[in-house]
Design a binder for this molecule. Structure first.
Ligand code: DON
Length: 590
């Protein structure tokens, strides 16, 4: 008898272990962030081209082009479509940066729709509370205003025509793909989302109705988002900044610990600013100006690399990787020292000059790594600390848009304004959180990017447009936090220096150095094919690490052959994505 109960006890234990193990399988699966694809997806054509994170969004963009819309119309449509089909980063209540080039217009325009600190924000508000899941982390959103500004100035179709396809898709429901299933399962299985009341709206909007995990092939219906987009479509941006959506947001803020008021919403304005212009081996490179550090940091790297013997060896030769890493280290150091919202701080003008690029390049030792804490000026170093989405669009006439926008981290604060389906960003986390605290782990506490009411937080987003002899040749950008500018640099250098076709330029491994932590993140650090490169870099004094599980960024890009006008749309493989060309023949009436 004793024996039997002992055996039964053992069986019960085994059963319990099995239940635990099997029960955690979906969670484990949901956690794996590894890429599902291993190769870029390429589409070519001479008409319009849209490359974004989801097939549905790219198709909506291509359909807008086929209807006679231009690249800006398609941008508005794709941005709202991603808010539906790629909710971890596509957004209505986030912010971003847009670059626009038109044929016969020498200027490349820049729309800044970065979020702003609310009026009640203070520099010290996050010293003791760095949780990203609080209502205080929300910056006053800029996406709706930015898209509307661009549309007012350049759009051809009506605002409503651009928004309604996304509203209809959300109302009718759409097929979940493997990436979206994984993303939703990831957020829904987080402990705080499962257990805390403030995430009940996220569970309601994105939870699978039967309570199980999402699988590819399921249908996702988003009625609240459908209604919100329809309101913004028919009433314009006032629905979001002054009307019932703004009121719902302000009420939610009051009920949580948030500080955004109706006045903050009404006061938000997107801005047209001059873009940052750099030249590189005869190409003109246009990127966003502050509050994105992207354009300035990229220019500082290009100005160094232009005078370095980059092409003497192959792209993955130790010498090449070393020089690029050293240029990255120096530019990111300057970024940390000086950059912030230029409406609030004075930025030294020498940073983007060729002379300063040369000076920085001359401090690079060709054989040895420069320790990051020897760069001057050295800030006082304390002792001892992804999600965004980019899309590229070119229309049949040659108008090009490079757009990166974000909720900051994947799924932002994970907070949704009740009844609206609108997810809120955690962009306040992009300000320097602790005044004066700069450390070797990567935390920055310099003055330029401290919180002030109405100030925009510094960004790394780097949507760029490249021209050659006045014609657009490349549209590039990426998500990935502080790695963004370096991802763009990798693709650019691969194309312009190593003459790779865009498909290869996006496909190959990427490298990142951001001053601190003092190390090169190299995607293929553990790949035996790169073992000798890694050994040589270590001999030069570099520390190496891998990139995140998903890889470095997701650079959905387009190259245009200026002779044939062929557009080559390349969807990166690291996070999914789709390049879709315009197929219908409708001509665009001017
Ligand atoms: O604006 C920025 O630089 C960051 N908020 C971007 C965050 C990001 O790319 C995270 N995702 N991958």
């Amino acid at each position: 008898m004793k024996n039997l109960s002992c055996r039964l006890g053992t069986y019960v234990k085994i059963l319990l272990v099995l239940v635990c193990v099997l029960g955690s399988v979906p969670t484990l699966l949901a956690k794996t962030g590894r890429p599902l694809r291993t190769h870029v997806q390429v589409s070519t054509g001479t008409q319009g081209m849209v490359v974004s994170e989801t097939l549905d969004a790219s198709r909506i963009g291509a359909a807008i082009l086929a209807k006679g819309g231009n690249a800006v119309d398609a941008t508005v449509a794709v941005a709202f479509a991603l808010a539906v089909t790629w909710p971890e980063a596509g957004n209505i209540a986030g912010g971003g940066f847009m670059m626009i080039a038109q044929p016969d217009d020498a200027q490349v325009h820049f729309v800044d729709y970065r979020e702003k600190a609310p009026a009640a924000a203070t520099a010290e508000m996050f010293i003791n509370n760095t949780s990203r899941f609080s209502w205080q982390q929300v910056g006053v959103p800029g996406t709706v205003a930015g898209l509307y500004l661009a549309h007012q100035k350049w759009g051809k179709l009506t605002w409503e025509q651009c928004l309604m396809p996304s509203s209809e898709l959300a109302a009718k429901g759409f097929e979940v793909d493997a990436y979206l299933a994984r993303s939703m399962n990831f957020v829904l299985t987080r402990k705080n989302v499962r257990t805390q009341d403030k995430f009940s709206e996220l569970r309601k909007v994105f939870g699978k109705p039967d309570g199980k995990l999402w699988e590819s092939g399921d249908t996702l219906v988003l009625p609240d988002i459908a209604k919100s987009i329809a309101m913004i479509a028919t009433q314009g941006p006032d629905a979001f900044y002054k009307g019932s959506l703004a009121q719902a947001l302000a009420i939610a803020m009051k009920q949580g610990d948030g500080i955004i008021t109706l006045q903050d919403m009404a006061d938000y304005q997107a801005k047209l600013r001059p873009s940052v212009h750099a030249t590189f081996h005869g190409y003109d490179v246009y990127g966003p100006a502050l509050p994105s550090a992207g354009g300035v940091t990229l220019a500082m790297m290009l100005n160094q690399l232009e005078v370095l013997p980059l092409k003497q060896q192959g792209r993955f030769d130790a010498q090449t990787v070393h020089l690029i890493a050293e240029a990255q280290r120096r530019a990111y150091h300057q970024r940390a020292m000086y950059l912030g919202d230029s409406d609030f701080v004075t930025i030294p003008d020498f940073l983007t000059t060729k002379t300063f690029g040369k000076q920085m390049a001359h401090t690079i030792d060709p054989l040895h790594a420069t320790p990051s804490d020897t760069l001057t000026p050295t800030p006082k170093l304390a002792d001892e600390s992804p999600d965004t989405t980019h899309f590229s669009i070119v229309d049949e006439q040659g108008m090009a848009v490079s757009n990166t926008y974000t909720l900051e981290k994947s799924w932002g604060t994970r907070l949704i304004v009740p009844g609206t389906g609108i997810l809120l960003n955690n962009e306040m986390g992009d300000f320097n959180p602790i005044p004066g605290h700069t450390d070797r782990k990567g935390k920055i506490g310099t003055q330029a990017n401290l919180i002030k009411p109405g100030k925009r937080m510094l960004s790394s987003q780097t949507p760029i447009i490249i021209k050659h002899h006045g014609k657009v040749t490349h549209v590039i950008g990426s998500p990935g936090g502080r790695t963004i500018t370096n991802t763009v640099l990798n693709v650019l250098v691969n194309c312009l220096v190593f003459e790779m076709p865009m498909s290869q330029a996006v496909q190959v491994p990427r490298q990142h150095h951001q001053w601190f932590p003092d190390r090169i993140a190299f995607e293929n650090v553990d790949d035996p094919a790169f073992a000798s490169l890694v050994i040589q870099l270590k001999q030069m004094g570099h520390t190496l690490t891998g990139a995140s599980k998903q890889g470095q960024g997701s650079a959905h890009s387009i190259a245009i052959d200026p002779n044939s006008s062929q557009r080559i749309g390349v969807a990166d493989w690291r996070r999914g994505g789709a390049a879709v060309r315009q197929t219908k023949q409708e001509s665009i009436s001017q």
